[in-house]
Design a protein around this ligand. Structure first.
Ligand SMILES: C[S@@+](CC[C@H](N)C(=O)[O-])C[C@H]1O[C@@H](n2cnc3c(N)ncnc32)[C@H](O)[C@@H]1O
Length: 267
């Protein structure tokens, strides 16, 4: 696995990127993904849940509805702009609390949580194994965890310029230290103290150039990251975007990507 020097999460999730991610995560593609993932975790009324790297709080809110007011949900994140969005979103949910912390060291007692969920978070953590040991510490024996991560090499994205598309995606891969994390997550979870590791995929498939889809929404985020890196100019990114739009006009738009959903039980 390649390890890159990726920008820190605090640097990446500034106000603008946080708002863009919030918008993309409210597209029908990501709403459907969240519903499937939550059904796999199957939170129960009264459970105490941890939303790791809660971002704009969309999953936190959904978890809160499922555990109800007799349960509790804590969302943790390291980026202030994300925490502000999350706090606003959940302000009327008394069972929800938020904490700013690095998931490498969480301010909770051992065995504090019945369930924990991390969607698109561990791929951002350089010290991945240490962070999974910390996850195992805060979840009680028999507790359930669910981790969603992406391998962008599972991405199929039609373009009239495959070399440029590959270059953009290679550059995007460097936004995180573990762009291929799903391939090694089973072994890592077992080493950290989890059993019964299961993996599923939740694919995203977009067949039209539509701003309300995941892939077209992500073009803003990917383009902003890639411009000025790896020899890609803003003009290259503009051309890349225009090409996707033209592909759409020709009814030839095609994007697919796998989310890998790991479930495990605390030993
Ligand atoms: C792609 S966003 C996903 C947000 C949210 N889980 C969701 O699916 O809606 C990744 C989030 O992980 C957070 N994050 C990354 N590394 C972190 C760390 N070491 N400690 C705490 N949060 C972290 C980021 O700040 C960001 O909000």
């Amino acid at each position: 696995m390649t390890t890159h020097t990726a920008p820190s999460a605090q640097d990446q999730f500034d106000d603008e990127t946080s708002r863009q991610i919030e918008a993309v995560y409210q597209t029908p593609d990501v709403i459907a993904q969240r519903e499937k993932v939550l059904a796999m975790l199957a939170p129960r009324v009264g459970e105490t849940a941890l939303d790791i790297g809660c971002g704009p709080g969309l999953t936190t809110q959904a978890l809160a509805v499922q555990v109800g007011v007799s349960g509790k949900v804590i969302g943790v994140d390291i980026a202030d702009p994300m925490l502000s969005l999350a706090r606003r979103r959940c302000e009327n949910l008394p069972q929800v609390g938020f904490e700013k912390c690095d998931i490498l060291r969480m301010p909770y007692d051992t065995a504090s949580f019945d369930i924990a969920l991390a969607s698109q978070v561990y791929e951002y953590v350089e010290a991945i194994d240490q962070s999974l040991v910390e996850l195992a510490r805060v979840v009680r024996t028999g507790g359930r965890v669910l981790l969603v991560d992406t391998d962008w090499e599972s991405c199929v994205w039609a373009s009239s310029d495959d070399a440029r598309m590959r270059r953009v995606l290679e550059t995007w891969n460097t936004h995180i230290p573990h762009p291929q994390l799903p391939r090694t997550l089973k072994q890592r979870l077992e080493r950290a103290g989890f059993d019964d590791v299961q993996v599923d995929i939740v694919p995203i498939l977009n067949l039209s150039y539509d701003p309300t889809t995941y892939s077209v929404g992500m073009m803003k985020v990917i383009g902003a990251f890639a411009a000025g890196r790896n020899g890609l100019s803003q003009a290259d990114i503009d051309d890349w975007h225009a090409d996707a739009q033209a592909t759409g006009k020709n009814d030839a738009y095609f994007f697919s990507l796998n989310r890998y959903v790991y479930r495990a039980t605390r030993r």
